[in-house]
Ligand binder design. Structure first.
Ligand SMILES: [Zn+2]
Length: 482
């Protein structure tokens, strides 16, 4: 059924910037503070209070624009977007309308179904967030609503794509890439649950081959990749069914209900706002000269794609490993630091993707909170390389580092985990094991080669895992064959 129709998706993403203070005043942007404790006359919208643009927010907008291949406008304008809502005390939101700071960008994505593809970015503009309405939840307050203006005036970027995506999978690939980039840039914390990265999806369908776009519905404020995919897929099916039944899709704003997995109408086109935009007379045009853009270009961190290519080329790891290790900037930084200290790209990749990631998942913590630092991990790997400990004992040392925060050398010394490479000591154990198992010795000498494994196991056990396995093998062969 879907094959008769083509899906068209355009996305508008709101990215909350990680500046310490708000976009037009000096109030803090910290999440989770008591209501209305991070406010001042400017963000409360008191008469006569004047906005002052936060330079850091402009830096971040330029970085995001450069990273998404946009042209940075030499002159852009802040406009008033007029509407009334209780969480917007000024009666307007300051945004950019006709002249945004970034335009004409693109991102390359890849999906299984359609391969590599370029998605256009129409524009990126800067704006302030509104406050938050809260509804009473106790019997005393259930008939009341409250307004918290801590979030009012928080800096946002709105990143608007071209309607270039043709499936929910392409939309998700684009969003994940954009999310990865803004987090790598450090301009957004990427926390979708707290709304730092949220998405409006414009979805329409048209008969395959038709050039004209179908009528679109806009699904508002979806804040998880899973919900965005579900919302788009539901909406596509709904529109196709409607058309097949002879109905018409109407242009409207819809909400995605995470409980039912369905979208429902919020407001139609006739109720759409007329925002009566006009340039904000309190703010001068924003002028960004070439020097400013150049400075930001120089501050640009290595982006995920470049890093993935470098990890493969310089550290000799397979694409799969490089993709896992660059998915998040924190993990990539950690791995990068390990390899710089230790030198073996593949060995570090195995440990970071194995024990380190497992430990983080078990405890539900981020890499930034990992109790084993890159220095500690590299230090331990060096002890495997120089034969101080075996790979098996290394797992034990790693667990100890994780629990105690001590480095590998301290743990190896204190717990006597040093690998036994003293031939005499190993020989003594080998002799004891051979003497204690005459039947197995006969079997081996009778041609049953497999029995060697039994002997190796016994010797390793007797040495508490500390005997050098290579030496154990060699000594056993020599003695059993003699
Ligand atoms: Zn303020």
């Amino acid at each position: 059924m879907t094959s008769k129709y083509e899906t068209v998706i355009g996305l508008e993403v709101h990215v909350q910037l990680t500046t310490a203070t708000k976009i037009f005043c000096g109030c803090a942007t910290r999440f989770g503070a008591d209501p209305n404790t991070q406010t001042c006359p400017v963000c409360l919208g008191l008469p006569g209070a004047l906005p002052v643009l936060n330079r850091k927010a402009v830096d971040f907008a330029i970085l995001a624009g450069l990273a998404t291949n946009c042209r940075i406008a030499p002159r852009s304008i802040f406009a008033r977007k007029n509407y009334f809502y209780p969480d917007l005390p000024k009666g307007y939101q300051i945004s950019q309308f006709e002249l945004p700071i970034c335009e004409h960008g693109w991102l390359d994505i890849e999906t299984e179904a359609s391969g590599a593809k370029r998605i256009g970015i129409t524009r990126i503009h800067m704006e302030e967030d509104a406050g938050k309405s809260m509804h009473g939840e106790t019997p005393e307050t259930s008939s009341s609503s409250f307004v918290d203006l801590n979030r009012a005036c928080t800096p946002l970027l709105e990143i608007v794509s071209e309607p270039d995506m043709r499936s929910a999978d392409e939309a998700i690939a684009y969003l994940k890439k954009l999310h990865q980039i803004v987090v790598y840039l450090g301009v957004c914390d990427g926390n979708m649950e707290q709304g730092s990265f949220r998405c409006d999806a414009n979805v329409s369908v048209r008969p395959r081959g038709q050039a004209k776009f179908g009528t679109r519905a806009e699904i508002k404020n979806i804040n998880s990749f899973r919900f965005i995919k579900a919302a788009i897929e539901y909406e596509v099916e709904r529109q196709i069914e409607l058309i097949e039944e002879g109905g018409k899709v109407v242009q409207e704003t819809r909400l995605f209900d995470t409980g039912t997995g369905m979208t429902r109408s919020m407001r139609g086109k006739e109720e759409a706002h007329d925002y009566r935009y006009f340039p904000d007379p309190d703010l001068v045009p924003l002028v960004v000269d070439a020097a400013w853009i150049k400075r930001m270009g120089e501050q640009m961190p290595e982006l995920p794609e470049a890093r993935l290519a470098r990890f493969m080329a310089d550290y000799g790891i397979p694409r799969y490993d490089a993709e896992v290790l660059t998915a998040e900037r924190g993990l990539a930084d950690y791995y990068d630091a390990c390899v710089k200290l230790h030198g073996n790209g593949k060995a570090c990749a195995n440990w970071v993707m194995g024990e380190v990631t497992r430990g983080l998942n078990d405890q539900g913590i981020a890499i930034e909170a990992c109790p084993v630092s890159p220095q500690m991990l590299a230090g331990m790997l060096k002890r495997i390389d120089d034969g101080t400990i075996s790979g098996k004992i290394a797992k034990k040392v790693f667990d100890e580092m994780w629990k105690s925060g001590q480095d590998a050398d301290t743990i190896i010394a204190e717990q006597g985990l040093k690998q036994v490479t003293d031939t005499g000591a190993i020989e003594k154990i080998v002799d004891e094991i051979i003497a204690a198992n005459p039947e197995q010795v006969e079997e081996f000498r009778g041609g049953k080669d497999k029995v060697l494994g039994f002997f190796v196991g016994q010797v390793m056990k007797a040495s508490k895992g500390k005997a050098n396995p290579g030496m154990v093998n060699e000594l056993l062969r020599k003695k059993l064959q003699s």
